[in-house]
Unconditional design. Structure first.
Length: 740
């Protein structure tokens, strides 16, 4: 072997390295050439067969590669004739032989597929049979070696090469599928075993004798035993609550039930006892019976339950001391109470247990029927708005009496906005309701007495105002009548003699003119007197003075007549009266307040008189109404003038005006409207305008009786109506409606 390696790596040419008798050295050449020849023969046979059966592109590609390798090898042999390197020549031949063998194997592998093209009908029939066989094998996970050997024997018994190749391919696919299925099942088993071993719960497989057949890691950890130690123990060694004598009965009962869930205690290796919750299943496998137990340590849960029980006892103790009933109900409503305190018994007479889950009676059954719909409406609205609710309603006591209760509660919601429960409290308020009813009754009695007192006070005020008005009007009428009578005599004397005095003066002046005409040159003394008295001026002015005196006398006579007409002391009965004359007489009396004076401009009077018939009325009283309304309008215009003057705007375009308009509304009534363009009044002032003694004027300027008396005169004496319409900043209008 050492000699062969020396020759292999020798740099000498092959011809020089090998002699004529060097037969052993030619063995490598012979082996490699033989392998190459075998490959070429296989390819040649394939080419001959494919030429006879048909063509295939991949086969021709293989042939092209093979012939290319063969050509390269031949070229290398030619090259080594002149450059003979033994190891290089041997390596090239070995590589050429290896590639040829690989390509031959590829060609043989492609042969079944190429052969399938020649027998299409036979292959289709065989494929259908193979598919049917594969479908049947899909339902079988284990295939016996005998069946597989039979199929192999059938394969060797095939008549043709094509049938054998296709059968072999089908068997290979079926075998690979079954192997893959077995691998998947094994992976699932391994995964299941891994999950069981890593489970947080302790898992035990137990035999009929109570011994452990399998334990997982959690069981070993919880009990502080190793797996080997547990597999040598029984259930009774770790469960002090389970006596051995009960095992046979337990096995039979569990076999009949199939599964059971219990709470027991486990004992660790070091003597610690802890509670567990066990789910035990009775199973049968391969004709044998087992019990599979899943144990979970519930020490923490037991501790929490104990804490909750303590808290619940504290809560119940706290709730029982509340003067009322505390409740909780599910999302279904108050018909399904999950808790209600014992205080409900003092309110309704029924024990709290009657209203709990699976109740003897539903809580809404003791609610007064008239209040049920109202309660549901309030609670539904509170749930929709997510706000607390407060309700007062009636409950029917077990003795049949009706008791009032007040309920306050609120709904609890989860993260999705769904109702979890309704929590609230119910308090007995029957005594409070009785006290409230008594208080309301006393308040009603007091209010009734107050109203009676107010009516009496109002009547007293009206009577007082009427008496004051009657006395005032009586005194005023007597005074006016006396003044008018006293003035009338001297005025009549003056008025009657003015005409005579005027005539006498004219005669004397005519005589003076005649003297001046016939005696143009008077004596010095007369001439001096004429100059001193300014005879010419006196002649012209004397007649003017007499004319002015006559106008003044006429004015005094008119005023006296107006005073007599205004007072009307003889108006004890209704008489047909011209209202326009009454309005004009009133304006004549108020003439001094209407004209311009000092800083106040003249108040313009606009008359719009309609065609009014004679009205049957108390003329003097209606004149008093006109006087009150016009006086108030004049005062309002004076206030408006002061405000306009003080304002920044100045109010230059504003002119104080009073409008008087009369009209016939229909055949049965007339209307007199008195309006001004003052500052108006607010609604609060307008609503109290006709109340006795109510006034907005300063102290000493108004008594607050004028409009109240006017309203009484129009409404009571004449069966009419006195109304007011006012707009702040624009003015006020009074309307007097009087039936014919």
């Amino acid at each position: 072997m050492q000699e062969q390696l020396t020759i292999f790596f020798s740099p000498l040419a092959v011809s020089s390295a090998l002699g004529c008798n060097a037969v052993p050295e030619l063995r490598l050449y012979a082996v490699f050439d033989s392998l190459t020849a075998l490959a070429y023969c296989s390819i040649a046979l394939s080419l001959v067969y494919f030429t006879r059966q048909g063509s295939h592109r991949r086969i021709f590609r293989v042939f092209a590669v093979v012939f290319f390798v063969w050509g390269a090898a031949k070229l290398t042999e030619v090259w080594t004739l002149w450059h003979s390197i033994y190891w290089l020549s041997v390596t090239l031949k070995a590589t050429s032989a290896l590639i040829s063998l690989l390509l031959a194997a590829v060609a043989l592998a492609l042969m079944p597929k190429a052969l399938a093209e020649s027998g299409f009908n036979q292959r289709e029939k065989f494929q259908q049979q193979s598919l049917k066989q594969v479908e049947e094998n899909q339902h079988q996970h284990d295939i016996e070696k005998g069946e597989l050997g039979k199929q192999l024997s059938d394969f060797y018994a095939s008549d043709t090469i094509v049938d054998r190749a296709l059968a072999l391919n089908s068997l290979n696919q079926q075998l690979e599928k079954e192997i893959a299925d077995r691998q998947r099942i094994e992976e699932k088993l391994q995964l299941t075993q891994f999950a069981i071993d890593r489970s947080a719960d302790a898992i035990f497989w137990i035999g009929p004798d109570g011994k452990f057949l399998y334990v997982n890691d959690a069981a070993c950890t919880s009990l502080a035993y190793s797996a080997a130690e547990l597999l040598s123990m029984t259930v009774h060694d770790i469960n002090p609550d389970f006596p051995q004598t009960a095992w046979s009965l337990h096995w039979k009962v569990l076999k009949r039930c199939g599964s059971v869930n219990i709470e027991v205690h486990h004992l660790t290796k070091y003597g610690r006892i802890f509670p567990v919750e066990i789910t035990i299943n009775h199973l049968e496998f391969n004709g044998k019976e087992y019990q599979c137990a899943f144990a979970r340590d519930i020490s923490e849960r037991k501790r929490i339950e104990a804490t909750l029980r303590e808290r619940e006892e504290e809560f119940r103790s706290l709730v029982s001391s509340i003067p009322g009933a505390v409740y909780r109900c599910s999302a279904a409503g108050r018909s399904s109470l999950t808790f209600i305190s014992s205080g409900i018994e003092a309110i309704s007479g029924y024990p709290a247990a009657n209203f709990m889950q699976k109740p003897v009676q539903a809580f809404p059954s003791i609610v007064h029927p008239d209040d049920a719909e109202y309660i549901e409406t309030i609670i539904d609205r509170a749930i929709k708005t997510k706000q607390p609710y407060i309700i007062e309603y009636r409950l029917i006591h077990c003795d049949g009496n009706v008791r009032w209760v007040a309920e306050k509660g609120q709904a609890l919601f989860n993260a999705d906005g769904e109702v979890l429960s309704l929590n609230g409290a119910i308090f007995d308020m029957t005594e409070r309701k009785a006290a409230e009813d008594a208080l309301r009754l006393s308040e009603a009695i007091a209010n009734n007495r107050t109203q009676q007192l107010e009516i009496a006070l109002k009547e007293l005020r009206e009577t007082q105002a009427h008496l004051i008005h009657t006395e005032k009007m009586s005194s005023l009428g007597q005074m006016v009548a006396g003044v008018a009578h006293e003035i009338n005599n001297p005025v009549s004397f003056i008025y009657g003699n003015i005409s005579y005095a005027t005539q006498y003066i004219r005669d004397l002046l005519q005589l003076v003119e005649l003297y001046q005409k016939h005696y143009p040159q008077p004596v010095v003394e007369i001439q001096q007197c004429i100059d001193n008295i300014d005879l010419e001026f006196m002649t012209e002015d004397l007649l003017k003075i007499l004319s002015s005196m006559k106008m003044g006398a006429d004015r005094i006579r008119e005023i006296v007549l107006s005073l007599r007409n205004f007072s009307r002391l003889d108006d004890s009965v209704k008489k047909l009266t011209n209202l326009h004359e009454g309005i004009d007489n009133t304006l004549l009396i108020l003439h001094n307040k209407l004209r311009a004076r000092g800083d106040y401009p003249e108040i313009k009077i606009i008359k719009d008189y309609g065609q009014l018939p004679l009205i049957e009325c108390y003329a003097g009283q209606l004149n008093q109404v006109f006087m009150n309304l016009l006086s108030n309008s004049i005062d309002a215009l004076e206030d408006a003038c002061n405000q306009k003057r003080r304002s920044a705007a100045g109010g230059d375009d504003w002119k104080p005006t009073i409008s008087i308009r009369t009209e016939a509304l229909n055949e049965n009534s007339i209307c007199i409207r008195i309006a001004d363009n003052a500052i108006g009044m607010t609604e609060d002032v307008r609503s109290r305008l006709f109340d006795p003694f109510f006034t907005t004027k300063p102290m000493g300027k108004g008594t607050g009786l004028g409009l109240a008396i006017s309203y009484r005169i129009v409404a009571e004496k004449h069966a009419g109506a006195l109304s007011c319409r006012s707009t702040v900043g624009e003015g006020t209008e009074f309307a007097i409606e009087i039936p014919l």
